[in-house]
Design a protein around this ligand. Structure first.
Ligand code: 13P
Length: 249
């Protein structure tokens, strides 16, 4: 059985003190929670402090990005071994904001996810179409290309050690969530694509998260869909109360 994963992507928010306050409140609120896995992805500068604050709890910590080289002359970058060294278990790769503002492509996303796995991290690979692509009717083409481009060539074992996040760009930070039916349609499509890259058993084991304007009111409907295995939450993960409500849903 796939255990649902609720991941908070804090993006470029929170100084160290605020990050510790937030994760401490989550820790308190999640005591005894066994049904769902909970992950927080702070900014690089807060990861160490947050990892320290969750020690001994079930809350996992992840990075928001990484570089594919372990070390070297790459000013400003952070590598997989560095994230693992701080206590990270996960790392987000290919978030649409990285693709839009920082030049990530399917090729570099593929390199990053392989580097993450090599460092013992579980990558959360983000895919999703923009509004104009949905309106032009090329959603499947776009998402299919992103999945194949980043995940093509991975072994079945490697595919089982990653999570996919479907984040339609038009739903991110807009308050315009995908309907449960829209999400299910794309999640089923992604799973079919994973089947094409491996086999039925492997495709069934991969968790596919939905992300984009998830909040306590809409999460239940999304989670009721068979191919929605959790959520990647931005804005609503910055307040303990709302994120806890989402997890408890
Ligand atoms: P919002 O939940 O703020 O729409 O952000 C979603 C997201 O980008 C998570 O990675």
């Amino acid at each position: 059985m796939r255990r649902p994963l609720f991941a908070g992507n804090w993006k470029l928010n929170l100084l160290k003190a605020g990050a510790i306050d937030l994760v401490s409140a989550l820790r308190k609120g999640l005591e005894g929670e066994k049904r769902a896995e909970v992950l927080v992805c702070p900014t690089f500068t807060a990861i160490g402090a947050v990892a320290e604050a969750v020690k001994g709890s079930e809350i996992a910590v992840g990075g928001q990005d990484l570089y594919w080289q372990d070390s070297g002359a790459f000013t400003g970058e952070v590598s997989g071994p560095m994230l693992a060294d701080l206590g990270c278990r996960y790392v987000i790769v290919g978030h649409s904001e990285r693709r839009q503002f920082f030049g990530d492509t399917d090729e570099t996303v593929g390199k990053k996810l392989r580097a993450a796995q090599k460092s013992g991290l579980e990558p959360i690979v983000c895919v999703g179409e923009r509004l104009d692509e949905r309106e032009r009717g090329v959603m499947r083409e776009v998402v299919g290309r992103q999945v194949d481009g980043a995940l093509g060539g991975l072994t079945k074992d490697e595919l089982k050690r990653l999570t996919v996040a479907y984040e339609p760009v038009w739903a991110i930070g807009t308050g315009k969530v995908a309907s449960p039916e829209q999400a299910q349609e794309v999640h089923a499509f992604i799973r079919e694509r994973l089947r094409g890259l491996s086999d039925e058993t492997t495709a069934r084991e991969v968790r596919i998260l939905y992300g984009g304007s998830v909040n306590p009111e809409n999460v239940r409907g999304l989670m009721e869909k068979p191919d929605v295995n959790g959520a990647l939450v931005g804005g609503a993960s910055l307040k303990a109360e709302t994120f806890l409500k989402i997890v408890r849903s």
